[in-house]
Design a protein around this ligand. Structure first.
Ligand code: UD1
Length: 367
């Protein structure tokens, strides 16, 4: 079976890596990587392929940046051409970025089966482009691979057939455990600038922030920055800066304290090497809410909601909002919490990819 594994943006690469690795154990599956080119800077793309030991993509679509419509349309046009030429039987899409949406629509209209990994998550916040991407992708997928029980509940409520919904755990956590092992086996993977930073500061916080709702609006960014500047008086904050955020810091003239140490976007291993031992992680990313939960690291989510409620119910995550006061009070509660009391969600055990591949190998042709 010819299977296309689709990735486009940074948070996709760590999800396809374990699926690709696992697919090699299935002789009947011819797994090919399609990179849409949604992210293209070396640090946002190639550095990840290298770090995650992914091979060069079999197909690169070179879509690049643009408005949502322009970017989505570019991906759709090139992916349609590719599918018509190569006739895959199945495409696997991950997450909720524009590439996920664009490629599922194209495949479905060409009668190619679509498997959605990380299906069913809902923030119920339609101002997030990712929520629209998730909902549209789920409305046309043939296989739903779900990371947490809320995903199953959402899909059932939306009328999806139960026999197509598979609660398999999380490929992101498969990757996390794999990469932790790699770091332990071979410390040389970590850049010397990253190791020296960690050596210099015994205690620190770790921050990532890139959501348009947080950084595109000056008022919102200034409000968050106000809280971060205060937190950084307790301990330095390491802050790898996303290109969108970098641009907005410049445009809005955001003032960040010298205790917030700005870094370029980091490879997966370097980022993990830093955050796994952080006193606390502050983030607006989806994936980091889950990864911190898996390793029982305190996490504050700089948003008003999450599509990953399990991380709050049993994990280390607190929804901190985006107001200075709410972030500071969430910070205080989080620092008082004992990480030993946090739990790890069911099936976040590093085996999600093999569950997915078993199901696909078993049921292709029957869906
Ligand atoms: C995208 C995803 C988001 C994900 C994020 C992770 C969508 C709708 N959004 O958001 O869900 O959390 O990736 O990074 O798919 N840019 C560069 N170099 C790059 C890529 C982007 O400089 O390699 C700059 C460009 O100015 C671009 C901007 O970043 O316009 C935003 O990139 P884009 O892919 O549109 O969205 P992200 O904010 O990265």
């Amino acid at each position: 079976m010819k299977m296309f594994l689709v990735a486009g943006a940074r948070p996709n690469f760590m999800k396809i890596a374990p699926i690709y690795r696992e697919a090699k154990n299935y002789g009947a599956i011819d797994c090919r990587i399609v990179h849409t080119g949604q992210h293209y800077d070396y640090e946002m793309s190639q550095a990840f392929f290298k770090d995650l030991a992914l091979p060069e993509p079999d197909y690169f679509l070179n879509a690049g940046s643009g408005s949502h419509a322009v970017q989505t349309a570019r991906i759709m046009t090139s992916f349609e051409e590719l599918c018509q030429k190569e006739s895959p039987e199945l495409i696997v899409v991950v997450g909720d970025v524009n590439s996920t949406l664009a490629c599922s629509i194209v495949a479905k209209k060409l009668m190619i089966k679509v498997a959605h990994v990380e299906a069913g998550l809902r923030s119920f916040d339609m101002s997030m482009p990712e929520e629209i991407n998730r909902m549209v992708t789920d409305s046309i997928s043939d296989y739903f691979f779900v990371t947490e029980e809320s995903g199953v509940e959402n899909l059932v409520r939306e009328g999806k057939p139960k026999d197509r919904i598979h609660f398999v755990g999380h490929v992101m956590i498969d990757n996390l455990f794999h990469q932790l092992g790699e770091i332990e086996n071979d410390g040389r993977r970590i850049k010397s600038s990253t190791s020296s930073l960690k050596e210099k500061y015994s205690e620190y916080a770790f921050l990532t922030m890139h959501r348009p709702a947080n950084v595109d609006s000056r008022d919102c960014f200034e409000e968050i920055a106000g809280a971060l500047n205060i937190i950084s008086q307790d301990r330095p904050i390491f802050f790898p800066v996303h290109p969108r955020t970098q641009k907005m810091i410049r445009e809005h003239g955001i003032k960040l304290s010298d205790n917030i140490i700005q870094l370029p976007p980091l490879p997966f291993s370097d980022s993990l090497y830093l955050w796994k031992d952080a006193a606390i992680v502050l983030t607006d990313s989806g994936g980091l809410q889950e990864e911190t939960t898996a390793l029982k690291v305190r996490c504050l989510t700089l948003r008003d909601n999450t599509e990953r409620p399990i991380t709050v119910q049993i994990g280390s995550n607190i929804i901190a909002g985006t107001k200075k006061g709410s972030i500071l009070s969430a910070y205080k509660s989080s620092m008082q919490a004992d990480p030993d009391t946090f739990s790890v969600p069911p099936k976040w055990d590093g085996k999600a990819s093999s569950r997915i591949l078993d199901i696909l190998a078993d049921s292709t042709g029957k869906a």
